[in-house]
Ligand binder design. Structure first.
Ligand SMILES: *[C@@H]1O[C@H](CO)[C@@H](O)[C@H](O)[C@H]1NC(C)=O
Length: 245
C-alpha cells in the first residue's frame, strides 16, 4: 500500500483588533511544507489573511510574493522589492534545519485508527439498511476506507466524509454503505493506513445491533452479580442462624 503523504508544520501568528462586537481579524500563517524526508519538494509558504481571506502569499517555489486583492498586489510589489532576499533565505534558514526535529517529533509518527462498525438509519432512499464504518484518532491524515461484499469491493451506494481533523493532531473519518440485506452474505469494512502493516478488516455481524447486545450484556452481568450477592447473603444467614458465626 502506498499513499501520498504531504505534511506541513505551521507557525501561526494571530493578531485581532476588535471594534465593538464585530471584529476585524488579521492573521499570518508561516509554513514549512515537507513532502519527503530527503527534502525533495520542500516549500516555505508565508501567507497573510484579513478576515480569513488570504490577500498575499510568498511561495518559495514561485520565488516571490503574489497578491490576491488590490491591497495584496500593492504589498506584493513593495515586499518583492524590499524583503525578497530575506524571504528567499527562509527555506535554508528555518525549514531545512528544522526538518530533522519536525520528522522525529511529529511527521514520522503514526497512530492506528480505532474502528467501529455500526448500523445506522438510512436516509429514505433506495435501500432499507445502512452501515457506518468510523475510524477514529489516527495519524497521519491519509487513509482508505472501503467496503467489501462477499470479498468484492463495493463502489456504489458508498458515501464518505473527508478526513476530519479533531484539532488535536488526530483525524477521524466516517464511511457509509447503503444496502439491501441478502441472507448469508458477508459485509466488511476494510481500513488501510500507514500505521497498519496490513489492511484491517471489520466484519459486520448482523445478529444483533450493538446497543441491543450491550443491553443484554448489562442485564446478564446484573443477574450474575445479583445471584452471587443473594447466595452470599443466604450462606451468611444460614451460618448465623445455625450458630457457626
Ligand atoms: C507553490 O507554488 C508551486 C508552483 O506554482 C505550486 O505547485 C504549489 O502548489 C504552491 N504551494 C502552495 C502551498 O500554494
Amino acid at each position: 500500500m502506498s499513499m501520498p503523504i504531504a505534511f506541513y508544520i505551521c507557525l501561526t501568528l494571530i493578531l485581532s483588533i476588535f471594534y465593538g462586537i464585530d471584529g476585524y481579524f488579521y492573521h499570518r500563517l508561516v509554513q514549512c511544507r515537507y513532502s519527503s524526508k530527503d527534502l525533495h519538494g520542500i516549500e516555505f509558504i508565508d501567507s497573510y489573511y484579513f478576515n480569513q481571506a488570504e490577500y498575499v502569499r510568498f511561495n518559495s517555489t514561485v520565488g516571490k510574493y503574489v497578491g490576491y486583492t488590490e491591497y495584496g498586489v500593492k504589498n506584493a510589489e513593495a515586499w518583492n522589492r524590499d524583503y525578497l532576499a530575506q524571504e528567499l533565505g527562509e527555506l535554508e534558514r528555518v525549514c531545512k534545519p528544522s526538518a530533522d526535529i519536525d520528522y522525529s517529533a511529529v511527521l514520522d509518527k503514526t497512530v492506528e485508527p480505532h474502528v467501529r462498525l455500526s448500523s445506522v438509519t438510512p436516509p429514505s432512499g433506495r435501500h432499507p439498511a445502512m452501515l457506518m464504518c468510523s475510524a477514529y484518532d489516527f495519524y497521519p491524515k491519509p487513509i482508505r476506507v472501503t467496503w467489501l461484499r462477499d470479498g468484492h469491493e463495493v463502489k456504489s451506494d458508498v458515501t464518505s466524509t473527508e478526513e476530519l481533523a479533531n484539532g488535536d493532531w488526530y483525524y477521524q473519518i466516517h464511511s457509509h454503505l447503503e444496502y439491501t440485506p441478502k441472507s448469508g452474505e458477508k459485509i466488511s469494512c476494510m481500513v488501510e493506513h500507514i500505521s497498519l502493516t496490513e489492511p484491517m478488516m471489520y466484519h459486520w455481524d448482523p445478529s444483533l445491533p450493538e446497543a441491543e447486545r450491550n443491553k443484554i450484556a448489562i442485564g446478564a452481568s446484573g443477574l450474575v452479580l445479583g445471584t452471587i450477592l443473594a447466595l452470599a447473603g443466604l450462606i451468611y444467614y444460614k451460618k448465623k442462624s445455625s450458630g457457626v458465626l
